[in-house]
Design a protein around this ligand. Sequence first.
Ligand SMILES: NC(=O)C1=CN([C@@H]2O[C@H](COP(=O)(O)OP(=O)(O)OC[C@H]3O[C@@H](n4cnc5c(N)ncnc54)[C@H](O)[C@@H]3O)[C@@H](O)[C@H]2O)C=CC1
Ligand SMILES: O=C(O)[C@@H]1CCC=N1
Length: 267
Amino acid sequence: MQQLKISFIGGGNMAEALIAGLRRAGHEADHICVAEPGEERRKQLAGQYGVRVTAENRAAVTDADMVVLAVKPQQMQVALQGISDAIDANATVVSIAAGLTVAKLASMLGGQAHIVRVMPNTPALVGAGVSVLYSTADEQHRHRAEYLMTACGSAYWLDQEQQMHAVTALSGSGPAYFFLLTEVMEASGVALGLSRELARDLASQTALGAGRMLVESGRPADALRQQVTSPGGTTQAALDMMFREGLPDTVRKALTVACRRSQELAS
Ligand SMILES: NC(=O)C1=CN([C@@H]2O[C@H](COP(=O)(O)OP(=O)(O)OC[C@H]3O[C@@H](n4cnc5c(N)ncnc54)[C@H](O)[C@@H]3O)[C@@H](O)[C@H]2O)C=CC1
Ligand SMILES: O=C(O)[C@@H]1CCC=N1
């Protein structure tokens, strides 16, 4: 089957993660184009992934089957200026921007585009992303967007766009929460006398092992936690401290403010 020609508007962190996911899944480099204003960034993406690069958004979209809008929400209006009429009438437009609704994107694009809104996350870089999609476009366009996202990991559909705010707070931003915990665990290992290298490996491998158990064991997180926690033991001492210091409440509040921020970006 002929591969889709996919063009990215913006070649930043999330675009790179999707490009890496596509390349790992066997999507041909010359069927991927990236429009990115940063010269160094263009060189890096071309060098590392073999993709076509340009500084001109309009040049990138003219022959694309799928256009992926991968700029910051605040940059979208400027990025779309002067390109809507160059996007093919049958092209699928995928937006990964936090907050921006399908209706808002449609008005920015002049109303005619086949839009799919997606909230991906950066583990797409290693083929372990999780994405949530929403669209009112027809099957062909939904199917194309799903192809992109499943190349990068797993994908779920929403039937209520409003839920995208909660998704963004949970899985869009979520990798950063786990990275923070891992950073702190690594630093604590060093403070307790381990070498930086060993502490980093132990923290990262523990995150990987815990993540795999969550996905592969079929058991809920609290049951897995209890398996580690010997009564009166070391884990119990650590978890008691985390509860006393309000960690669960802090995480709940953090997701609530992330969700609210997504709503603000939409307005
Ligand atoms: N980073 C993440 O974990 C996730 C990001 N997103 C969304 O992805 C989008 C991009 O985020 P990041 O990759 O983190 O940002 P980023 O800042 O790394 O990438 C944005 C890129 O767009 C380029 N750019 C700026 N103005 C442009 C224009 N007019 N035309 C073309 N390119 C332009 C910038 O030079 C930059 O390389 C955002 O809308 C964000 O909400 C969604 C899910 C996760
Ligand atoms: O921080 C942000 O706004 C974006 C959306 C989800 C992850 N990064």
